[in-house]
Design a protein around this ligand. Structure first.
Ligand code: FDA
Length: 433
């Protein structure tokens, strides 16, 4: 990057800190706040289009959320991405940016950097060699755009003054005609997450949809979970749903029992839609006709006990615990079980309804639902409707993706949309939608 030695991808310290510029002009075309997924790509693309860009981050290490994502391999996008994979108060808001920067665009970028990738289930795309390759790539793209990095750097005040943004930082003052807020969500404060973006939004008259932890395990009170804690570690495919009417949503995914509640992809997905006090409904048979299977085994003359028969259809520990907590005698021979009791047993497994007492919170949440209200942003550019030259991109915005690479795709797409608007100059992106 401009004036910043020691950031070549080959440098072993390359991810420790973006090396700082010795003599940086205090005037830029754009300041990007937050050097995470969205901020890095936006800064790089804007820089490559000829803008003088300053990229500021307060964290000592670069792009930690990319590094830890996808179990260290970064599930960087998904083959099939559409507005239906996102939650927002305005479900159509993400449509424009997603349509203009697609998974194929990001794959083309990976190809240029010779980064191998592979597909896991449900279209999820991961790096072959670890998420560090994505960070290297974004750094190299920033370098190609002549982006100036200030990291770590703390911003103390932001003002909009005579058509310019004036920032005070612990490295001195900066001025720019555009300010891009890419400070992410609130999850994992230990990695540098702050509410700075939400506070800045309010400062400039934006509404903020109350942020809440999402893609997060759910917990239950001790009374509800009594007897079920013994299931910790049991995993199985389920159908899970919450909400009613138009707000009803369901997923077919794996569920994991924990000591305090439920986790696994099924529960992380539903947690984004779950609201305090609401119930979740779980089909522990994963959509199979368990009653038919039990009745067929009975008619075929099975001599097995009920618990043994059930354990051939469900994980053993779940079968045992389910019968015990339901007060059902699992030692009864299947042949002696009444058909209607088998139906009732299957029905209970298909419609397990429980109400979580809460979530594991920001410490465990992968993302933040809610954020800068999309009603105050232009969907094509991510520009503020209240302050010319101000933009919000990535997770700080009220657009939350499903598990499976969607949140990074939103970061890339919103970054690209914003960079295009920045390059088009002042006042661009003020379309009416
Ligand atoms: P991001 O969080 O990446 O960057 C924000 C930046 O702003 C940070 O560098 C932060 O330090 C900086 N910042 C914050 N406050 C600041 C301030 N006051 N001043 C200066 N800088 C400030 N998604 C996905 O699609 N696939 C996946 O595999 C995963 N896996 C995953 C695992 C885990 C454990 C987590 C926590 C999250 C994921 N995600 C994910 C979600 C994904 O990481 C997330 O949605 C994107 O990183 C969001 O990109 P942003 O650039 O918006 O924020």
């Amino acid at each position: 990057m401009q004036g910043g030695p020691g950031i070549e991808p080959a440098d072993p310290q390359r991810h420790a800190v973006l090396t700082n510029s010795a003599a940086v002009a205090a005037n830029f075309d754009a300041v990007v706040l937050g050097a995470g997924a969205a901020g890095l790509l936006c800064a790089a693309l804007a820089g490559q289009r000829g803008l003088r860009v300053l990229l500021i981050d307060h964290a000592p290490k670069l792009a930690e959320k990319i590094r830890i994502s996808g179990g260290g391999r970064c599930n960087f996008t998904n083959r099939a991405v559409g507005p239906e994979n996102f939650l927002s108060e305005n479900p159509d808001f993400c449509r424009s940016a997603l349509a203009r920067y697609t998974p194929a665009d990001f794959l083309a970028l990976l190809l240029r950097h010779h980064i191998g990738w592979h597909e896991k289930h449900r279209g999820q795309l991961f790096c072959d060699d670890g998420s560090g390759r994505i960070i290297d790539m974004l750094q190299a793209e920033c370098a190609a755009g002549g982006v100036t990095p200030w990291q770590p750097c703390v911003v103390t005040t932001v003002r909009h003054d005579g058509g310019k943004f004036v920032l005070e930082t612990d490295r001195g003052g900066v001025q720019a005609r555009a300010l891009v807020v890419a400070t992410g969500g609130l999850s994992i404060p230990a990695l540098g997450a702050t509410d700075f973006g939400h506070r800045l939004a309010r400062q400039f008259g934006h509404r903020v949809v109350e942020p809440r932890p999402a893609l997060v395990p759910l917990v239950f009170d001790a009374a509800t979970w009594q007897g079920l804690a013994a299931l910790a570690g049991v995993a199985l495919e389920v159908v899970i749903e919450t909400g009613t009417g138009r707000r009803r949503i369901r997923f077919l995914e794996d569920l994991l029992f924990t000591h305090r509640g439920l986790s696994g992809p099924a529960v992380l997905q539903i947690s984004t839609y779950w609201r305090p006090g609401a119930a979740i409904r779980i089909d522990l048979t994963g959509g199979h006709d368990l009653a038919a299977s039990l009745l067929a085994a009975k008619q075929a003359g099975s001599r097995r006990q009920l618990v043994t028969e059930l354990a051939s259809l469900l994980p053993q520990r779940l079968a045992t615990t389910w019968l015990a907590t339901g007060g059902v005698d699992g030692t009864a021979p299947l042949s002696q079980c009444r058909d209607r009791d088998l139906h009732a047993l299957a029905q209970r497994l298909r419609a397990w309804t429980v109400t979580p007492s809460g979530t594991e919170g920001w410490r465990k949440a992968e993302v933040t639902a809610g954020g800068v209200d999309t009603r105050d942003l232009h969907s094509q550019s991510l520009a503020s409707r209240h302050c010319q030259g101000l933009y919000f991109i990535g997770e700080v915005v009220d657009v939350t993706g499903w598990l499976g690479g969607y949140n990074f795709q939103w970061a890339w797409a919103s970054a690209a949309a914003c960079a295009t608007a920045l390059a088009a100059g002042p006042g661009s992106g003020s379309e009416t939608r």
